[in-house]
Design a protein around this ligand. Sequence first.
Ligand SMILES: [Zn+2]
Length: 118
Amino acid sequence: MKQKLIDVFNKYKWSPTETWLTCDIISEKDFDGIAEDLVKLFAIPVVSGSYSIEDELKDKINKSLIDEKLEPIKCECGSTNFNDQTRDMLNYEVVEKDRYCDKCGKLVGYWSYGSWLP
Ligand SMILES: [Zn+2]
């Protein structure tokens, strides 16, 4: 199992800024059987039916990870230093950006046209 993970890792040249779930270059065949391990390995949040996004957001607000406007204010690793990376610009203004934790590199938030998205 570990070897398969490493193979897939090498094959797709994993980048921490890429999200597995949206990464369409990964074929289902390669992904099959290792999805669970990938989730564990990279701490990909799993959306389950019993745990709604609303609950998750409340939980994050309670833990002071995000504020009421959903802006990330603290990473799960405890760091409050972030690094914003522009995703898209319009007329020289940033319209979309990703926020990464400076310490652990985790993607903590996504901002688009004035709002933080859950
Ligand atoms: Zn962090």
